[in-house]
Structures are given as C-alpha cells and as structure tokens.
Design a protein. Structure first.
Length: 285
C-alpha cells in the first residue's frame, strides 16, 4: 500500500481563507477531490490555477457535510479516501505515518485517523486511549480527519444523508462498531485542526451551528433510542433554552437571544420530526 492508493476528499463551503493552507500541507497524496457546497467559482479558479490536477466540483445546492462526502466517496477510484476539513493542516510526517500504520495492521480497519496535536489529542484523553505500537482501537473519531476504506463504507451506506451537519461521523462510527469493524487512531500522525474555521460566515455561522447541533443531537438519539426516552431527555432542555431565550431577549442581548432562538428551533424541529431544513443565509454573512 502506498500514497497512490489514497485520495484526499474535502467538502468546502466558503472556505477560501483556510483551504489553501490545508492543500499546501498535503505533500504526498496527489489525488484530491474538492466538493464545494457554496458554488464558489472564484475559489475554484484560484485553486485550479495552483493545483491543476485537483478535481473540483461545484454544487448548486448546499448538500451538507455528510452528503457532500458521499458524493466524493462515489467518485473515489482508490481503495482509501482521506476525508479532511478545509480548516485542517497536516503536520510533519502525518502522511508517512498513515501509510506505515495501514501497512502494519494489513489494512484490517474501516477507519483510521490521525490525532490532533493538542495535549488531549483533540478528541480523546490519555486515560481513555491505550496506544499499543502507536495505534489505539477506539469507538469513534471526529470527522475533520479520517481515512476510510471506500468499499467497506459503501456497504454500510456511507454517511446518513438526513444529517446536514454534526454527528454524521459519530453515526457512521456507531454503525461500523455495530458491524464488528475496526476504528483506529494513530499517535504519531498529527494534524492541526483550527476548529469552526471551515467557513467565513461570521455570525451566520453561529446561527447555523447552533440550529444544526441541536437538530442533530435529537435526531441521533431518536435513531438509536425510543420516543419516550428522547422526549424525557430533551423536553426539559428545550424548556431551559426557551427561558434563556426570553431572558436575553428581555434585556436586549440581541446575539445571545438569537443563538438561543436557533437552538430552540433546531431542537423543536427535530423533536416533531421535521427534516434538517435550515440553511445559512449567505447574504447576511
């Protein structure tokens, strides 16, 4: 297994400010597919000028993170796909460590991922992760950097297209574990994740983030639990969010009240079974 067996896949959305640093950090993986959800023709031209071999797809409709990655998975011609957020930067030897680890376990995995260069590894802490020969078997990884076996992921149904944003990778990992397949993280493959910098949407991003986080939390729980348990868990939280919204609205804290309004809206819509319909307003961003 070598670098030619891996394609890099990036779903972007108004990501011009961060995506060039991400692409610059990719040294050895030559096959790259970018799926842009914001129909950003300007950024496509800039990227193709510097990286003419990149496949850059423009979507006229914002499909979300999971479904955008599904489009890339279907187009991927290599055995593996390395899914990256545009606000990630590969650290020194990340690619070589990925190859080394894949070969050491003889491709016996569905997902293998680098870790954040933060002290707590970004997603895990040293207490919960037991590294053996630089690898640790885990129950989940975060979606900002994950290398997947394309054939196995396709058999599992790829990402849940109902989830527009947040928890789509956790849902995928849950299905992987349910099918007794393996997920690993690599101690010596490091990545810098800028966190919440993938898009330049200003406050519109906060509205979108809060709406979808709440919608996805409820949807995920409904998917793996029953109606009674989900309502018992979230209705008290919905009431608290409503009270906070009224409080900040009454003291004219406009941004705070809007955040809690969108949290309330996302949770309520998911509880009553509405689809994940909210989309960021690009005019206001």
């Amino acid at each position: 297994m070598n670098y030619n067996d891996i394609t890099v896949g990036i779903v972007s959305f108004k990501s011009e400010k961060v995506i060039f640093n991400c692409l610059k950090s990719i040294k050895y993986f030559k096959r790259i597919i970018i799926f842009d959800n914001s129909y950003d023709v300007k950024t496509k031209k800039k990227i193709r000028k510097i990286y003419p071999n990149i496949t850059f797809l423009l979507s006229k409709k914002n499909l979300g993170y999971g479904e955008g990655n599904n489009k890339i998975i279907k187009l991927c011609k290599t055995k593996y796909l390395f899914i990256l957020n545009p606000d990630t930067i590969l650290q020194n030897k990340c690619e070589t460590q990925l190859i080394k680890s894949i070969n050491s376990i003889k491709s016996d995995f569905t997902i293998i991922a680098p870790i954040s260069n933060k002290k707590d590894f970004g997603n895990f802490n040293k207490v919960r992760v037991n590294f053996k020969k630089g690898l640790a078997k885990v129950d989940y990884v975060k979606g900002y950097a994950m290398l997947v076996d394309v054939k196995k992921i396709k058999k599992l149904g790829m990402f849940d297209k109902n989830i527009f944003l947040y928890l789509e990778e956790i849902d995928l990992c849950k299905r992987i574990k349910k099918n007794n397949q393996k997920i690993f993280v690599i101690k010596n493959a490091k990545i810098l994740h800028l966190e919440a910098k993938s898009s330049n949407l200003k406050f519109e991003f906060e509205k979108c983030r809060n709406w979808h986080w709440m919608w996805s939390k409820v949807y995920f729980n409904k998917k793996y639990s029953n109606f009674f348990v989900v309502n018992l868990k979230f209705l008290p939280e919905l009431s608290i969010i409503f009270i906070k919204f009224l409080f900040y609205f009454s003291i004219m804290k406009n941004k705070k009240s809007k955040i809690y309004y969108y949290r309330m809206s996302g949770m309520f819509n998911s509880l009553i079974g509405n689809s994940s319909w909210y989309r960021p307003n690009l005019i206001d961003s």
